[in-house]
Design a protein around this ligand. Structure first.
Ligand SMILES: Nc1ncnc2c1ncn2[C@@H]1O[C@H](COP(=O)(O)OP(=O)(O)OP(=O)(O)O)[C@@H](O)[C@H]1O
Ligand SMILES: [Mg+2]
Length: 413
């Protein structure tokens, strides 16, 4: 088999197809195996030719590039799609990624940009396949009974707006990008969940409020699969109820049960908690193996963190159950990390830099920044965090996962 990157071009305009064919003809490592004039033709040709890369135009009559990509991913999953679109169609980026595209080129692009994208997507895909082949990846369901229980990580902060949801979502997505990792993200902000927005998931999807009655009626834990959504990144998501009043259905006992079911099936269960100390948040914190506590370099955040650490002690949580994440760690306005550590009397375990551009760009498009800007420092920081959580989940002895004996849950109130 040759090492050439086999490319199929899909565009309804003949001149564009010819132009792209010519451009790629100059590249020694690329072979254009065909050119399709419509989505339907692309599906047919891809099934026969099995190209490595499909260069897909978005705007096409009848079946557009996004619909074609969705079908292509189902029928020819070995192919990677590089989407092409004209400027001013930012919303398409998000939809393309959800459909399964790997890269997005905005027209007009240079031949260097085109070939760099093709090579990068091809290299990443090969790398992924290589790593997957090296792993004894198993069918998660068949393995559910045999697998070691995963780790429940509660992303919490005693103060709102410090980046819990941002960190929970991107850490889960980063962890899910690791070979063989089964990761589920739970929106534990049961009244006002934001996870669905950050991932651009349809609020009409099923949520934890649908699963709880099923579980309580003695339903099969396997039915969980029909309430968990699989995001295009492979991350599983259990959404918060669609309206605040439905949050009442999600009782503390139900939360414990749901997390235990998830823990039995996944390597990592990341829960984005609400900032308030409600009974439901306490149920999450209690069940969690790790409380990833987020703070920023602000006096109020630091003060609340000190209070939380005191509360955690009263609750009987062992010290190593809590890991501190300093978010926007480089945005110091007069406060240094050492000052924070001194003030709260313990070390910061993880840091995530501030990157308003990547974070807000991603937020507004419903794409995690870990996907839209993977090279950015902020993405590297969450990847490091995700790997630490996954690595520890493999290394943690079963003993460490047992909940600590605790004092009365409400003793601190
Ligand atoms: N590392 C970062 N760099 C830049 N901006 C960030 C970073 N982390 C979070 N933000 C921004 O801070 C704001 C709050 O983030 P987020 O919604 O994740 O916080 P939260 O703690 O979940 O808030 P809430 O209490 O509303 O649930 C958002 O606008 C987000 O884009
Ligand atoms: Mg939030």
């Amino acid at each position: 088999m040759s090492d050439l990157i086999r490319v199929l071009i899909v565009d309804d305009i003949l001149e564009t197809r010819d132009h792209l064919t010519k451009l790629l003809g100059f590249e020694k490592d690329v072979e254009v195996v065909g050119a399709a004039a419509s989505g339907a033709e692309a599906l047919e040709m891809a099934a026969k030719l099995l190209p490595d890369i499909v260069l897909m135009d978005i705007n096409m009559p009848e079946m557009d590039g996004i619909a074609a990509t969705e079908l292509l991913m189902a029928r020819v999953p070995t192919t990677s799609v590089v989407m092409m679109s004209v400027q001013g169609e930012a919303d398409y980026l998000r939809r393309s990624m959800l459909a399964g595209a790997r890269e997005f080129l905005v027209k007009p692009f240079s031949s260097d940009e085109l070939t760099a994208s093709i090579r990068q997507v091809y290299a990443r895909e090969r790398d992924k396949i290589g790593r997957m082949a090296a792993l004894p990846v198993a069918d998660s369901r068949a393995n559910a009974a045999a697998r070691e229980p995963g780790r429940v990580v509660a992303v919490f902060s005693p103060k709102g707006g410090v980046g819990r949801t941002t960190i929970a979502v991107n850490t889960a997505v980063a962890a899910a990008s690791e070979p063989g990792a089964e990761v589920v993200l739970v929106d534990g902000s049961f009244q006002f969940g934001d996870v669905g927005v950050l991932l651009n998931l349809n609020p009409k999807n099923k949520s934890i409020a649908d699963f709880v009655p099923e579980l309580e009626a003695g339903g099969d834990p396997d039915s969980l699969d029909s309430f968990v959504i699989t995001h295009s990144t492979g991350t599983k998501v259990l959404l918060a109820p669609p309206s605040p009043e439905m949050a009442e259905l999600v009782t503390p006992a139900a939360i414990r049960r749901v997390l235990d079911v998830l823990r039995a099936r996944c390597d990592l269960v990341v829960v984005d908690c609400a900032a308030a100390f409600s009974d439901s948040t306490l149920a999450v914190l209690d069940t969690a193996d790790v409380i990833l506590t987020v703070l920023t370099l602000e006096i109020t955040s630091i003060k609340n963190m000190r209070l939380f650490l005191e509360v955690a002690e009263q609750l009987g949580y062992p010290q190593d159950k809590i890991e501190l994440v300093l978010n926007r760690a480089d945005s110091a306005l007069g406060i240094r990390v050492a000052d924070v550590e001194h003030s709260i009397g313990r070390k910061v375990d993880h840091t995530v830099v501030s990157d308003g551009r990547s974070v807000v760009y991603a937020l507004n498009r419903g794409v995690p920044f870990f996907v839209s800007n993977r090279e950015a420092q902020v993405s590297q920081d969450v990847l490091r965090l995700a790997r630490a959580l996954l690595g520890a989940s493999e290394a943690a002895p079963a003993e460490a996962r047992k909940p600590a004996p605790r004092k009365s849950l409400f003793a601190w109130r």
